[in-house]
Design a protein around this ligand. Structure first.
Ligand SMILES: Nc1ncnc2c1ncn2[C@@H]1O[C@H](COP(=O)(O)OP(=O)(O)O)[C@@H](O)[C@H]1O
Ligand SMILES: [Mg+2]
Length: 333
């Protein structure tokens, strides 16, 4: 049986389709990722699946229970880590967990055991009796994750679990997520706008853009979409790079995109059997030295660019604004 099944799930806010006929299913024990830029609709999907908001259209079930008709049943078997951290600064780690555990009606003895076990899991045992207000952001997020684990959920929702964390804490949280998934056999659905995070953690990834799932597969298979027969990704180191030089590479027929990494390094996506030679020849024709050429494996970034036609970071935000502006216009009948 699937842990989660989603069929044509849709959420409209006015005329904006924040989530637009999304369908997917998540297998038991899987870590499933929803990857997409800000405003893509990730949080809205999580909110519908965790029964916090109702779908406008379509259906979804978690653990076999309908998120609308059997919302109480769904709530019993899920844990949710939302973007906002919910902890009491003045209470200790243990007191916080005790408070939330009692809300779930977990009997005292069992709860004590559970708290110790979870604190151990995320290496916070030493701070059991310290006030949460003194914790680093990384420690607070670890607390936030185990708080959602108190009721031993079958399905755990993690909405941008590493948002705002420093790189070291992000790495730790990712390790804990994997550990929780393996050791506690929890099905996990997580959202992120960080490509490497999805790549490292998720068994399968749904790429979401403007409320629609535009691709869904394992990371390896998604990358095959770009590394298809005749595509090439080159990283070139060229001293004294000029905008003219970059323009002339970009204007080559075989080149689909050029991005500049730093003052001497560019990344070129190209297609065709002779793309490599064509690019090198063009640079030589400009009388430029090439210090190094690397043939890169595609990243999820490349996949996203190829499928959506825009990059995740910069342009995405801009487009959302335009998109929303457009959507907000009254319809002409
Ligand atoms: N309560 C709401 N009312 C109106 N618009 C909303 C509401 N919640 C989200 N949106 C809009 O829906 C879109 C998707 O938002 P969200 O699900 O938060 O995206 P993500 O989590 O991927 O960043 C955005 O354009 C956002 O502004
Ligand atoms: Mg969000």
């Amino acid at each position: 049986m699937h842990a989660i099944e989603v069929n044509n799930l849709t959420k409209r806010f006015g005329t904006l389709a924040a989530v637009d006929h999304v369908s997917f299913s998540v297998r038991e024990g899987e870590i499933f990722g929803l990857l997409g830029p800000n405003g893509a609709g990730k949080t809205t999907i999580i909110r519908m699946l965790s029964t916090l908001t109702r779908p406008t259209e379509g259906t979804a079930s978690v653990g076999g229970y309908d998120v609308v008709k059997e919302d109480g049943k769904v709530r019993e078997l899920i844990g949710l880590v939302s973007e906002k951290i919910i902890l009491y600064d003045r209470l200790t780690a243990k007191e916080n967990l005790w408070f939330f555990g009692r809300l779930y009606n977990i009997p005292g003895e069992l709860l004590n055991k559970k708290i110790d076990e979870l604190l151990r899991l995320v290496k916070l045992t030493k701070w059991k009796n310290s006030q949460v207000g003194t914790f680093s952001t990384g420690m607070r997020q670890r607390m936030n994750v185990i708080r959602a684990m108190l009721n031993m959920p079958e399905v755990l929702f993690l909405d941008e679990p590493t948002l705002g964390l420093d790189p070291q804490s992000s790495v730790e949280i990712r390790e804990f997520i994997r550990k929780i998934n393996r050791e506690n056999k929890v099905t996990i659905i997580l959202t992120t706008h960080i490509m490497v995070e999805a790549d490292m953690l998720c068994d399968r990834i749904g790429i979401i853009d403007y409320g629609k799932i535009v691709a869904l597969d394992t990371s390896t298979n998604l990358k095959k979409l770009v590394s298809g027969a005749d595509s090439t990704i080159l990283e070139l180191e060229i001293p004294n790079l000029t905008t003219d030089m970059i323009h002339s590479i970009r204007s080559l027929k075989c080149v689909s995109s050029v991005s500049q990494n730093n003052s001497t390094c560019i990344k070129v996506n190209a297609n065709g059997d002779d793309a490599f030679d064509t690019i090198i020849d063009a640079i030589r024709a400009n009388k430029r030295k090439i210090i190094s050429v690397k043939n890169l494996e595609p990243t999820l970034e490349d996949v996203f660019l190829q499928i959506t036609g825009h990059e995740v970071r910069d342009k995405a935000d801009q487009k959302i604004k335009m998109h929303r502006h457009h959507m907000a216009k009254p319809r002409v009948r």
